[in-house]
Design a protein around this ligand. Structure first.
Ligand code: AP5
Length: 209
């Protein structure tokens, strides 16, 4: 597989985390701003306390906080990354393009019918750190409520309740277009059909590298 940084763009529940788990096996490092923020909340750090209410309401955390957290977790000299959940607006897109100056990268848009996403998300269960993702309908664990890999209890994310998911979708719809246009203009953009099963989605990503 060709080594370039991947920026995964798509609505909540479009499968970015699921594909990141697969791509990690190819040696890329997964960096999810959502997971980083949830870790801060679990640690009850000052940052965690600041963002907890914003995330629980399905709104975006400030650009400044997220970019600091992101930069702290990057070592571009050593690693090739999958960016999951960043950028979330045009300003973040430009910031990330600047961070990646001199590096090869591709933005991959997970395109699908938004109507199917509420069901996908409300049926999602994950480990507390979000690293292992299941779905009660399409990808259930072998033992009800328990992670196949770690044996941990599976949980429903705080912001995965239907009312909050609808707010997250609205935020997505109002912010996504300028991000897509930005990467299209850079000539670093590909759109994939994320409605296919996870194996096909993975295949399509790899074919585009
Ligand atoms: P974040 O954690 O980034 O969440 P998200 O973008 O809303 O995406 P999700 O994690 O919900 O979905 P996913 O696309 O990873 O889907 P998954 O693979 O799990 O952000 C959360 C919050 O953090 C934001 O609201 C904001 O407050 C804050 N935040 C984060 N980044 C920020 C930033 N940069 N700036 C400001 N604020 C930020 O799949 C979903 C389900 O579908 C699973 O159950 C899975 O098993 C199933 N599934 C996956 N693929 C398929 C398939 N192909 N077919 C059938 N089922 C599938």
């Amino acid at each position: 597989m060709k080594r370039k940084h991947l920026i995964l763009l798509g609505a909540p529940g479009s499968g970015k985390g699921t594909q990141s788990s697969r791509l990690k096996k190819d040696g890329l490092i997964h960096v999810s701003t959502g997971d980083l923020l949830r870790t801060e909340i679990a640690k009850e750090s000052d940052l965690g306390k600041e963002v907890k209410g914003v995330m629980a309401a399905g709104q975006l955390v400030t650009d400044e906080l997220v970019v600091e957290l992101l930069k702290e977790n990057l070592d571009l000299k050593k690693n090739t990354y999958i960016f999951d959940g960043y950028p979330r607006n045009e300003k973040q897109a430009k910031t990330l393009d600047g961070i990646l100056e001199g590096h090869d990268y591709l933005a991959v848009y997970f395109e699908l019918d938004l109507d199917i996403l509420i069901e996908r998300i409300t049926n999602r269960r994950t480990t507390k750190d979000g690293k292992h993702i299941y779905n009660l309908k399409s990808n259930p664990p072998k033992v009800d409520g328990i992670c196949d890999v770690t044996g941990e209890e599976l949980v429903l994310r705080n912001d995965d309740k239907e009312a909050i998911v609808k707010d997250r979708m609205n935020v997505f719809k109002t912010t996504i277009d300028p991000i897509l246009e930005f990467f299209q203009q850079k000539g670093r953009f590909v759109s994939i059909d994320a409605q296919q099963d996870p194996d096909q989605v993975y295949k399509q990503i790899v074919e585009n590298l």
